[in-house]
Design a protein around this ligand. Structure first.
Ligand code: OAD
Length: 235
């Protein structure tokens, strides 16, 4: 095992499940009630803005009723205490990592608490309902859309993420099914660069075989245990 200095962590919907936010796939998953192409594509937004804006308004409002769980808090502790390089890349659009104390964080699929202006391209903090047609704070246009990376769009900060994954000594994936690219491919980049790779997930995922080690169980148990281990390595 090489010395661990640079850590990259990829998180998915499973880390927020125990806070009460639905995952995407599986029996109670969000996509069970909605077809992805009806709410998560640029075409859907053009075709039926009320449906798409209403879907994300409801998810934004739901954030007020949930709190970070022990897994988010453990990653916040790791961020505060880990002296080496660290990047938490989340596919989640909730704000539970921030509320759990994470700072070295990228939302690769965008954020519910942000708005993207279709007129000027600006991104701004946003907390209300978009269905009411609020104006962009920068250009005044009535053109705000959820700042969510829809299918067919390019995820945020890919260059920074790919550089960090290539330089990682340890790559850890938490609560993601490994079904959506490019995030699902990060483990292969990390492996090719010689990183140790670890998966923490409730069940074996589609990509489990890519990881050097897979642990199964709830994130609220596995993540605090792993954070204790990795901080002990730091001494
Ligand atoms: P998924 O719903 O595809 O996968 C969630 C994973 O979390 C599954 O493998 C579950 O087994 C696992 N899981 C559930 N509860 C857990 C728990 N308590 N502890 C640990 N693991 C648990 O969600 P993602 O992989 O995040 O994209 O989905 C990736 C992307 O697909 C999302 O970001 C979203 C969606 O399309 C966009 O909206 C752009």
């Amino acid at each position: 095992m090489r010395d661990t200095r640079n850590i990259v962590i990829l998180t998915g919907a499973g880390i927020s499940a125990e806070s009460g936010l639905a995952t995407f796939r599986g029996p109670d998953g969000l996509w069970e009630g909605y077809r992805v192409e009806d709410v998560c594509t640029p075409e859907a937004l053009r075709r039926d803005p009320e449906l798409v804006l209403g879907f994300y308004d409801a998810r934004r409002a739901a954030l007020g009723a949930v709190v970070p769980n022990a897994a988010h808090a453990a990653l916040g502790r790791l961020d505060a205490e880990w002296k080496g390089g660290l990047l938490i890349v989340t596919q989640n659009v909730d704000d539970l990592h921030e509320r759990g104390g994470a700072k070295r964080l990228i939302h690769i699929h965008g954020e519910l608490l942000s708005a993207l202006c279709r007129a000027c391209g600006g991104r701004e903090a946003f907390a209300g309902d978009m269905i009411d047609g609020p104006a962009c704070a920068s250009c005044g246009a009535d053109a705000l859309r959820p700042d969510i990376v829809f299918f067919g769009e390019i995820p945020y900060e890919m260059e920074t993420i790919q550089d960090a994954v290539s330089e990682a000594d340890l790559f850890v994936s938490i609560g993601t099914s490994g079904a959506v690219y490019p995030a699902a491919g990060f483990v292969r980049i990390a492996r090719a660069a010689g990183a140790e790779t670890l998966e923490l997930n409730l069940d074996p995922s589609e990509g489990s075989h890519w990881f050097g080690e897979s642990r199964t169980g709830p994130a609220s148990v596995l993540v605090p245990e792993w954070v204790d281990e990795v901080l002990a390595r730091q001494g």
